[in-house]
Design a protein. Structure first.
Length: 394
């Protein structure tokens, strides 16, 4: 009897167990499978509502747990652009010579053609002088060059095209060369960074030059801090920031519009000293309201820097395409600050390369750098022989 009771209990328990699992299992499995099916469905066309109803799974769909939709991973932050490795400054002018030749050969070729005439009469010498003046050499230097050439022709009697070319080359070179060194003072000294102030009228290419120069110095292995002291143009600071970021140069700027340029310059120099940089380049504002404004502003920037260290270079940026007007502006700057070097920009865009001669004579300061395009590495140390050869189409 007891055996019967035990058997009934065991059978009952077994039946309940199987029934329970039969009742529970389809639900649970179904749910999971459905979830998976849905996940897969997401990659293909979604089933139509009518199809779902006809398959008789409408109820199950309503009661099944919502399908788990895997969220696509958060898009990764764009990788920081890797630092660029700019080329060193040496030999750049030779590399860019073709660009110079393209824009300058008009003036050089015209001189060669005139000097090669069989008879060099007064009219021809007048024409030679005119070509030089048109090329922005300036009236006085144009007369000087013409008279020197006349003397040479009389003495040497140059005749063959090669001789004529050699004579003109020597004369132009004599006019372009200066006694003053064209080397940039950008080396650390007395345990402090060199400080370079970049000045010039807005639009001449001042900020671009700061950026290109920073690149070129980095290419030469120097560490650079940039100071965005042109606080009157927010875009200038942004522009400088972009230049700096590309080559890993620290950019010091104010977060306020129209901040005091002198305080930005001071901060840049302080950071340059603290970080033991080789050189601090400071982009200044180029507003030219009155000479007094300019004098006040640049004078203050310089004085404030000199509380910490010396200013080693004051580079005046001049747009080569602006001719006599640009020269007039350059003169004002030279009266306000002690310019130590000229950066002649946009020399790729003019056939008036004579401005090199004019500006050096006018200011008594050498052209140290030339801008030969809008590309990041289109700034080159100025080399007189390469320049003259380019003018003569060589
Ligand atoms: P800033 O107002 O003096 O700071 O002038 P920017 O640096 O903003 O430059 C003014 C414009 O001149 C920009 O479009 C530059 O790309 C352009 N520029 C600067 N240097 C050169 C150069 O050497 N050649 C050419 N073709 N354009 C230049």
């Amino acid at each position: 009897m007891l055996e019967y009771i035990i058997l009934i209990v065991v059978v009952g328990v077994l039946l309940l167990g199987v029934g329970g699992s039969m009742l529970l299992r389809p639900r649970g499995m179904h749910g999971v499978r459905r979830g998976r099916a849905r996940e897969l469905d997401l990659t293909g066309p979604m089933p139509k509502a009518s199809e779902q109803n006809s398959s008789g799974t409408g109820t199950a769909t309503a009661t099944a747990p919502p399908p788990t939709i895997e969220r696509p991973a958060e898009p990764a932050a764009p990788p920081r652009p890797s630092l660029e490795k700019p080329p060193p400054s040496a030999g750049r002018m030779v590399r860019l010579r073709a660009r110079l030749a393209r824009s300058q050969s008009g003036f050089g070729t015209a001189l060669l053609v005139l000097l090669s005439r069989d008879r060099l009469d007064d009219d021809t010498w007048d024409e030679i002088e005119e070509v030089l003046i048109t090329a922005d050499v300036g009236v006085t230097p144009a007369r000087q060059i013409t008279s020197d050439l006349q003397t040479r022709v009389k003495v040497e009697g140059a005749k063959t095209p090669d001789e004529v070319r050699a004579m003109l080359r020597a004369e132009l070179l004599a006019q372009v060369e200066t006694e003053a060194s064209r080397a940039l003072r950008t080396q650390r000294h007395e345990g402090r960074p060199a400080v370079v102030l970049v000045v010039g009228v807005n639009g001449t290419g001042k900020t671009t030059t700061c950026g290109k120069l920073a690149r070129s110095l980095v290419g030469d292995g120097e560490t650079v801090v940039l100071g965005a002291a042109d606080t009157f143009r927010a875009a200038a600071a942004d522009q400088l920031q972009t230049w700096g970021e590309r080559v890993g140069a620290k950019v010091v700027r104010s977060d306020k519009d129209q901040a005091d340029p002198a305080s930005v310059a001071f901060d840049a120099v302080a950071i340059g000293i603290e970080q033991e940089a080789d050189v601090v380049l400071i982009d200044t504002a180029g507003r030219l309201h009155t000479k007094n404004d300019l004098m006040d502003e640049l004078g203050k920037v310089k004085r404030v820097i000199e509380k910490r260290t010396s200013v080693d270079e004051v580079l005046l940026v001049l747009d080569a395409t602006t001719g006599q007007n640009g020269l007039r502006q350059a003169r004002v700057f030279a009266e306000v600050v002690d310019v130590t070097g000229i950066v002649l920009t946009k020399l790729d865009g003019t056939a008036k390369g004579g401005i090199v001669i004019a500006v050096q004579r006018e200011l008594g300061v050498p052209v140290k750098l030339v801008g030969l395009g809008e590309g990041p590495d289109d700034l080159a140390p100025f080399d007189p022989a390469t320049f003259v050869d380019a003018i003569l189409g060589g």
